[in-house]
Write a protein that binds this ligand. Structure first.
Ligand SMILES: CC(C)(COP(=O)(O)OP(=O)(O)OC[C@H]1O[C@@H](n2cnc3c(N)ncnc32)[C@H](O)[C@@H]1OP(=O)(O)O)[C@@H](O)C(=O)NCCC(=O)NCCS
Length: 432
């Protein structure tokens, strides 16, 4: 059975669970909302549902119930490679099942048929000022393709709630197949004098590495990177934005483009570029001097005293070291143990948590995914760190597109939380 048939079966099987929860248990309480949560970004308010991934504060992410090492071990890999096909991971996120090699290759072949990027997309990118941030180029390119949307046509021709997921799946697959080429184009256009490398039409990891112009094992770096950055349950800004926009029955192009705009914020995906920017600043200030832990502490304190955050540390949900950081650290230990920047990042791991703990503000002093990811990219020659969030975006697309396909499958409602005025909060506070 192909991926789409499997997905159809899973959606039909799942629907009665959602219907029953709504009909029979709709008024069961999941918790209460405090004034702090209302003003403070809705932390921990339980009002979203997804089965694609779950983030436990102490354990970290599980994709369809599996930890990162379990995912990496279970999924089919290209011969001689350490990391699985991204296409196999897409299958896992959509269905909850581990595909066989044959099922994986079906998706690889399907993506080859879908990956032709319309030429007008490149014209649109070229029409932007060259100094535009690569995330502007990425988000704009996605939005520019909206006229390709099969979901939008389906809506125009007569919307049907039960089959709406079909064209959402089609749009999501088309997008996913094209994003590596668009991302690599932005990189080569902006930083490599427009010397574009043709798509070799292989699997997603190989395609991206080849089009970036970087040799193996960068194809494995791409696979690892896209999988690790894919999903972090539903409440993070990029996932939530994509879901929110899709809840208006906007198609996957509008929704993903909006999600990428959320990812471009420094408190979210842009933190990976900020880590490298911060480190480069430290290296410049060191002026050739070998850093000691004492010196590193001084730089960290200077940053905090200036009112800025230490990028790559802290998390809104996690309360321990991010397992995505851990996986990338293991990769660094294997492939770049003597790299100078890796050693600095390692030193930060020893220095920053104690300082943040002593300051007593951050609820989580431990490193997140962004603390480690830029180092690997830098090592393989991508020193243009403002490009890092685009690669995060290619990965994040896998998770959020799986989510909005299921949103349509289960007919999730238009999202519309209620707001109050400050005077109303004051009133409640008085009574409370
Ligand atoms: C991720 C992040 C936005 C989470 O925010 P949050 O849920 O509000 O975090 P907390 O509840 O722990 O924040 C409490 C306080 O600690 C501060 N804090 C949290 N992480 C910090 C860090 N890395 N450096 C300095 N201060 C930090 C917050 O700015 C906040 O200060 P305030 O009360 O003066 O506003 C935050 O930890 C952060 O800014 N980290 C750095 C950026 C980053 O790495 N982002 C990528 C996340 S994957």
């Amino acid at each position: 059975m192909g991926l789409k048939e499997k997905l159809a079966q899973k959606i039909v099987e799942h629907r009665p669970r959602t219907t029953r929860l709504l009909k029979e248990f709709g008024d069961v309480k999941l918790g209460e909302v405090t004034i702090e949560q209302c003003i403070g970004g809705a932390r921990d308010v339980k009002c979203l549902v997804t089965d694609i991934s779950y983030l436990d504060p102490m354990e970290g992410i599980r994709f369809r119930g599996r930890t990162i090492p379990e995912v990496m071990a279970a999924l089919p890999k290209p011969a001689g490679k350490d990391f699985p096909y991204v296409e196999a991971f897409w299958y896992l996120l959509l269905t909850g099942d581990v595909p066989t090699m044959a099922e994986t290759m079906e998706i690889v072949e399907d993506f080859k048929k879908r990956n032709k990027v319309p030429t007008y997309v490149y014209d649109v990118i070229k029409a932007l000022p060259k100094e535009s941030h690569p995330m502007v180029m990425f988000s704009t390119a996605i939005l520019a393709m909206q006229k390709e949307s099969k979901f939008a046509k389906f809506y125009e021709e007569g919307f049907n709630k039960l089959s709406a997921w079909d064209t959402m799946y089609e749009d999501s697959s088309d997008l996913l197949a094209r994003l590596p080429e668009i991302a690599a184009f932005i990189y080569r256009y902006k930083y490599k004098g427009g010397n574009i490398i043709a798509n070799p039409n292989s699997d997603m990891g190989t395609n991206f590495a080849k089009m970036m112009g970087i040799d193996a094992p960068y194809d494995d770096v791409a696979r690892m990177y896209f999988i690790l950055h894919s999903d972090h349950e539903s409440g993070n800004a990029s996932a939530h934005t994509t879901h929110l926009v899709a809840s208006t029955l906007s198609d996957a192009y509008y929704s993903l483009s909006a999600g990428m705009d959320a990812l471009a914020g420094p408190l979210h995906g842009l933190a990976n570029q900020e880590v490298l920017r911060w480190l480069q600043d430290v290296i410049t200030k060191l002026d050739g001097v070998e850093p000691t832990e004492e010196l590193m502490k001084k730089f960290v304190l200077e940053t905090l005293d200036s009112g800025a955050v230490i990028p790559g540390f802290g998390h809104a949900v996690l309360r321990k070291t991010d397992p995505r950081y851990q996986s990338q650290r293991e990769f660094c230990e294997k492939h770049l143990p003597n790299d100078k920047i890796f050693k600095y990042v390692d030193m930060l791991y020893r220095v920053v948590p104690d300082i943040l703990l002593a300051k007593g503000k951050a609820k989580n002093p431990w490193p997140n995914v962004d603390a480690q990811s830029g180092v690997i990219q830098w090592f393989y020659g991508i020193t243009e760190y403002d490009f890092y969030t685009v690669m995060f975006g290619v990965g994040r697309a896998i998770g959020v597109l799986a989510n909005i396909t299921w949103d349509r499958g289960l007919g999730y409602a238009l999202e519309r939380p209620k707001s109050l005025t400050t005077a109303m909060l004051e009133d409640v506070a008085k009574k409370g």
